[in-house]
Ligand binder design. Structure first.
Ligand code: ATP
Ligand code: MG
Length: 325
C-alpha cells in the first residue's frame, strides 16, 4: 500500500483506513451472533440459513458498520417476508442476547435489532438473496487491487460526514456509492478495475446455487493494472469525475459492463436523477434519490470537495480526520 501513498493526501487516506477498517475481532463478534441466531431460528424454521452480508463481509466495512443479515428459507412457495419477520420479532424478544427489535416495512422489509448492551446493530431481511450475490461480487472487487478498500472507506466517511449517505433520507446508500466508485475506477483510460462478471462469468453466475456463492470468487487472482495512480490522485479524480465528467441525465452506471450505458426511456431510468444498475438484477439501486433538492445537494458536494481538494491536497480540508478517528 505504501507504493501508492507517496504524497500527503494518500498517506492520510491510508491512516484513516487503518484506524477505521473493520477488525477481525469485529467480524468474529458478528459471526458469533449469526451462528447463535441461526440455531435459535431453526427451532421455528428448521431449514432456514442465515448469511452475513453487506460491508461486514465485503471487505468495505468500518468498525462502526452495522451487520446485514439475510435469512434464506427455501421451499416451493415464497413466504411473506412481513409475516416471517413478525414471527422472528416475537422470538427475538425472548432471546437474552438481543434487544430493541423493530420491524421496518420498506421495499425490502427488515427486522432491525441490537446485541444486548452494545451498539452493534443488525438488519435482517428474508430471502433477499441478491444481497448475498452482490456482497461476494463487491468483495472480489475490494480485494482485486490494494487501493480499493482504502479508497472506498474514505469516500464512505466523506459522504457520511457531508450527509449524502442515507437512502432513508433521499440520498445515496452505501451500496450505490460503492458502485459509483468502482465504475469510476473501471472507466479510467487505464482502468484500475475490469468487469469481474465479464472476466469470470462462472464465478458470478446469477442463478448459481446460493450456498455456492461464497465459494465462487475464491480463485480470482488480483487484477494487474497499468494504472499506478496514488490514492490521493484517485480520490481527487473521483470527485472531479462526478463533479464535471459524468452526465447524470444521459448515463447509467454499469459495474456489470465496466462502462456507462446510454440512458434509455425504460421505466427503470426514466425521470430518475441518478441511474446505477444493480449488477445482477439490473434495476436502479439509486432510486432513493427522488427529490431534486437532494440530488442538487449531492452534486454540489462533489463540486465543492473537488474544488477544495485541488489546491489544498489535504484530507482535512474535506473531512475532519481527527474527529472521525
Ligand atoms: P455500511 O457500511 O454503510 O453499512 P453496506 O456496504 O453494508 O454499508 P448498505 O447500503 O447498508 O451497504 O447495503 C447492505 C447490503 O445490502 C449491500 O452490500 C448489498 O448487498 C445489499 N443492498 C443494498 N441495497 C441494495 C439494492 N438496491 N439492491 C440490491 N442489494 C442491495
Ligand atoms: Mg451495512
Amino acid at each position: 500500500l505504501q507504493d501508492y501513498a507517496h504524497d500527503k493526501l494518500s498517506g492520510q487516506m491510508v491512516e484513516l483506513f487503518e484506524a477505521c477498517q473493520q477488525q477481525y475481532s469485529d467480524l468474529v463478534r458478528k459471526e458469533g451472533i449469526r451462528t447463535q441466531l441461526q440455531k435459535d431460528i431453526q427451532h421455528v424454521y428448521a431449514v432456514a440459513r442465515l448469511y452475513l452480508t453487506g460491508s461486514s463481509m465485503n471487505g468495505l466495512g468500518c468498525r462502526s458498520s452495522d451487520a446485514d443479515l439475510c435469512l434464506v428459507i427455501k421451499g416451493s412457495k415464497r413466504p411473506d417476508p412481513i409475516h416471517v419477520l413478525s414471527v422472528l420479532q416475537k422470538l427475538f424478544r425472548s432471546l437474552p442476547y438481543v434487544e430493541k427489535t423493530q420491524l421496518i416495512r420498506a421495499k425490502v422489509p427488515i427486522l432491525r435489532f441490537r446485541e444486548k448492551g452494545s451498539d452493534l446493530e443488525f438488519d435482517l431481511n428474508i430471502n433477499n438473496t441478491v444481497g448475498i450475490r452482490n456482497t461476494f461480487l463487491l468483495r472480489s472487487y475490494a480485494y482485486a487491487d490494494l487501493r480499493i478498500r482504502p479508497m472506498i472507506l474514505v469516500i464512505k466517511k466523506w459522504a457520511r460526514h457531508h450527509q449524502i449517505n442515507d437512502a432513508s433520507k433521499g440520498t445515496l446508500s452505501s451500496y450505490t456509492l460503492v458502485l459509483m466508485v468502482l465504475n469510476y475506477l473501471q472507466t479510467l483510460k487505464d482502468p484500475v478495475l475490469p468487469s469481474l462478471q465479464r472476466d469470470y462469468p462462472d464465478c458470478f453466475h446469477p442463478s448459481m446455487e446460493i450456498d455456492m456463492v461464497p465459494e465462487g470468487p475464491k480463485q480470482i487472482p488480483p487484477y494487474v493494472s497499468r494504472n499506478w495512480s496514488s490514492l490521493g490522485e484517485l480520490l481527487t479524480g473521483f470527485l472531479k469525475y462526478y463533479a464535471t465528467g459524468f452526465s447524470w441525465d444521459k448515463q447509467v452506471i454499469s459495474v456489470r459492463e465496466a462502462r456507462t450505458l446510454p440512458k434509455n426511456n425504460s421505466h427503470e431510468w426514466r425521470n430518475k436523477y441518478i441511474c446505477v444498475e444493480e449488477p445482477f438484477e439490473r434495476n436502479n439501486v439509486a432510486r432513493a434519490v427522488h427529490e431534486s433538492i437532494k440530488f442538487e445537494a449531492i452534486k454540489a458536494q462533489f463540486a465543492e470537495s473537488w474544488r477544495i481538494l485541488q489546491y489544498r491536497k489535504d484530507l482535512n480540508s474535506i473531512l475532519p480526520v481527527r474527529a472521525i478517528i
